[in-house]
Design a binder for this molecule. Structure first.
Ligand code: UT7
Length: 319
């Protein structure tokens, strides 16, 4: 039987502070009406002083291990997707490793912004199928609130903080990651970027985005890559039980579903509660739908995401 990376459990973590659109409108020139109509976002969580990418990632990882019934010491690989690490180095994955009391495993970060979780999952899947790892924690964690320009209403209302994690384990059978499709096109890296960094300005920088242009690329790329990953697994859109998309904008989710002929009832939507949490958004949405009973064992799930770079990708998974 084919050896696959099976999702044994999931977990997530959100900062304690939940901020409504109305609260944002007290300090930013915006309104609840505009944000809801143009994005579907109602709330976002914002990290407090003692909450960081690594602490949120650790909380999500603990919950995922608990759900999987797997001990932290069994983990031999941690791949953490983030564009907002605690420090430029070491990798935040090693902070999670230390916090979980794992003294020796492979641990590193991957950086593909909003597609980071898909990239991280693909790396872990390859290592598991290649025999380089048996039990992996794949985490998406971000504190985008720390790189937002709070004077720029065209971006600061869109993002939030959080973390989601899954435990993948090698198993022979029908379940697991069936196919992955990943892409990047660096010609577009000036449409969504951070205007600082260690090797250029020596500062952290702030997020900059040409939203409407990103929007147009997102719908086309996401619909195409979703079809591509299904074709790789010899499946069609009719086989899909749930699409778990990157949560950037409700209108992107609706437009992509329309383009694919997919019923909106099969799309997990959490953008209203979480806003755009970049690499954390897919595992956060997945964990929410597992815990509220929508996603069940045996379901066919497609994860998809698109972000700065541009990077984009999708994965078909039998849960
Ligand atoms: O995670 C990676 C992927 N990221 C994305 O996928 C984001 C993709 N882009 C989007 O989601 C949308 O393009 C946005 C939500 C960013 C913007 O929505 P839009 O419908 O494309 O609006 P727009 O940028 O064309 O702006 C329309 C108007 C402008 O005013 P004028 O020029 O028409 O007078 C903006 O100044 O809305 C104004 N506006 C706002 N008004 C109130 C922009 N931001 C705000 C705001 N509150 N926060």
């Amino acid at each position: 039987m084919t050896l696959r990376a099976v999702i044994k459990g999931s977990g997530s973590a959100l900062p304690a502070r939940r901020v409504s659109n109305a609260e944002l409108a007290e300090t930013v020139d915006t309104s609840d009406e505009w944000i809801v109509e143009r994005t579907g976002i109602r709330f976002r969580h914002i990290a407090g002083e003692h909450e960081t990418t690594a602490t949120l990632a650790t909380d999500a990882a603990r919950r995922a291990l608990e759900a999987a019934g797997i001990a932290a010491t069994d983990v031999d690989l941690i791949v953490l997707a983030t564009a907002t690490p605690d420090q430029t180095f070491p990798a935040s994955a090693t902070k999670v490793q230390a916090a979980l009391g794992i003294n020796d495993c492979v641990a590193f970060d991957v950086q593909a912004v909003c597609s980071g979780f898909l990239y991280a999952m693909s790396v872990a899947d390859s290592m598991i199928r290649g025999g380089g790892a048996n039990t992996a924690l794949v985490i998406g964690a971000e504190t985008f609130s720390r790189i937002l320009d709070w004077e720029d209403r065209t971006t600061c209302v869109l993002f939030g903080d959080g973390a989601g994690a899954v435990v993948l384990q090698a198993e022979a059978g029908e379940a697991g990651i069936l196919s992955v499709a990943l892409h990047a096109d660096g010609r577009h890296n000036q449409l969504l970027y951070v205007d600082g960094g260690p090797s250029t300005t020596g500062t952290v920088g702030k997020l900059r985005m040409r939203g409407p242009e990103v929007f147009k690329h997102a719908v086309v790329n996401l619909a195409t890559v979703l079809g591509e990953t299904l074709a790789k697994a010899d499946l069609s859109i009719a086989d899909v039980d749930w699409v778990v998309p990157h949560q950037a904008n409700r209108r992107i989710l609706d437009a992509t579903a329309r383009k694919l002929g997919l019923s909106p009832d099969k799309v997990v939507v959490t953008v209203d509660e979480h806003a755009n949490t970049s690499a954390a958004s897919v595992p956060l949405a997945f964990d929410a739908a597992v815990r509220d009973g929508r996603i069940k064992r045996g379901d066919l799930i497609v994860f998809e995401a698109m972000g700065g770079g541009f990077t984009w990708g999708a994965a078909a998974v039998r849960y």
